[in-house]
Design a protein around this ligand. Structure first.
Ligand code: NAP
Length: 329
């Protein structure tokens, strides 16, 4: 054989092997083929990354998709892209800034007015390791957006989801919850020195504890709630970290990362699985690492901490007042 053909076939074999390995490290596709025609899905932070890929996958399965994002320009562009690629025209861009309780209440009021039902809520949006920023309501940004924003949003949508029946709530957490600690003495980092990593880990632990407590409260309602770690994915999540911006990581480490880091589409599979799989009907209060159910670490299962976090969160977001404002009490 001509030496160029031999080289070409070797390169082909290596590339083929690399792609197979990449599929393996990607954690696999959602095994369910279920369609969700007629079901209404809300995905927060759906303009990019895992959220956009989740919205795309669920649009392919026939859902009515509401993309809830803070930047309407990015949201409309992403919605247009998804409509074009899936030919599902029931994909809508709606404004939701999780760093503002005013915006959350306005979003909920629009949903309550416009939507007959809400079958699936995917609490996906997050900010990671940003500077010591505050939300409009003066909460530390990562705790405020990742936990408190979704806590308020979910509570305001609960009645609608109970009326829908067999509805599912999915909280996108992270393996980072393991290093998390809930500091009830200073939830909003007002007393101690700010640590961007610890603040992210606290917010992701809060996602799991919220799931545990909400599942208890939802027993017998037909609504389920589960949490997941999507795997490590190549998204914009690292935008506030030096890693993401350095020439070293984007050139030297990039080929290595390509093997071990999932694409947004691969990382969306766990959210899609928890949203659609028939075999998960009725499964609630669980944590999934990619597509597999996994027992969370003991500190994420602590019932007293979960209850206390619920009570503190309800106070911070003025839950009763918010329910009244949305005519839910
Ligand atoms: N990527 C990973 O390796 C990884 C690993 C473990 C867990 N996760 C989790 O996966 C989820 C998705 O992350 P990703 O990797 O897809 O990150 P991403 O690409 O940065 O996307 C995050 C999304 O959240 C939105 N968002 C941020 N602040 C918001 C706010 N105040 N209101 C509404 N939306 C807001 C962003 O909107 P803008 O574009 O407008 O900022 C964006 O749409 C997160 O919960 C993250 O913790 C990711």
């Amino acid at each position: 054989m001509n030496k160029y053909l031999v080289r070409a076939s070797m390169v082909g074999t290596v590339l083929g092997g690399a792609i197979l390995l990449k599929d393996y490290t990607g954690g696999g596709n959602c095994p369910s083929k279920a369609t969700i025609t007629g079901q209404t899905v809300i995905v927060t932070g759906a303009n990019t990354g895992i959220g956009k890929a989740t919205a795309m996958e669920l649009a392919k399965r026939g859902g009515r998709i509401i993309m809830a994002c803070r930047d309407m320009g990015k949201c409309e562009n992403a919605a247009r892209d998804i409509r074009g690629k899936t030919l599902n025209h029931n994909v809508y861009a709606r404004h939701l800034d999780l760093a503002s309780s005013k915006s959350i209440k306005e979003f909920v009021q629009t949903i309550l007015k416009e939507e007959e039902k809400v079958d699936i809520l995917i609490n996906n949006a997050a900010v990671m390791r940003c500077p010591h920023w505050k939300t409009e309501d003066n909460f530390e940004m990562q705790f405020g957006v990742n936990h408190l924003g979704h806590f308020l949003l979910t509570n305001l949508l609960l009645e609608k989801m109970k009326q829908t029946g067999n509805a599912r709530i999915i909280n996108v957490s992270s393996l980072a919850y393991i290093a998390g600690d809930i500091d009830f003495d200073d939830l909003n980092w007002e007393k101690k020195k700010y640590n961007t990593k610890a603040a992210y880990c606290q917010s992701k632990l809060a996602n799991v504890l919220f799931t545990i407590e909400l599942a208890k409260k939802l027993q017998g309602t037909g609504v389920t709630v589960n949490a997941l770690h999507p795997g490590v994915a190549d998204t914009e999540l690292g935008r506030h970290t030096g890693m993401h911006q350095s020439a070293f990581s984007s050139s030297v480490l990039a080929p290595f990362f390509w093997f071990v880091v999932k694409s947004p589409k691969q990382a969306a599979q766990p959210s899609v699985y928890l949203a659609v799989a028939e075999e998960l009907q009725g499964v609630s209060g669980k944590y999934f690492n990619s597509l597999k159910e996994k027992e969370p670490a003991p500190h994420a299962l602590d019932e007293e901490t979960a209850k206390k976090l619920w009570e503190e969160s309800a106070k911070l977001v003025h839950l009763q007042e918010a329910l009244r404002e949305c005519n839910l009490l």
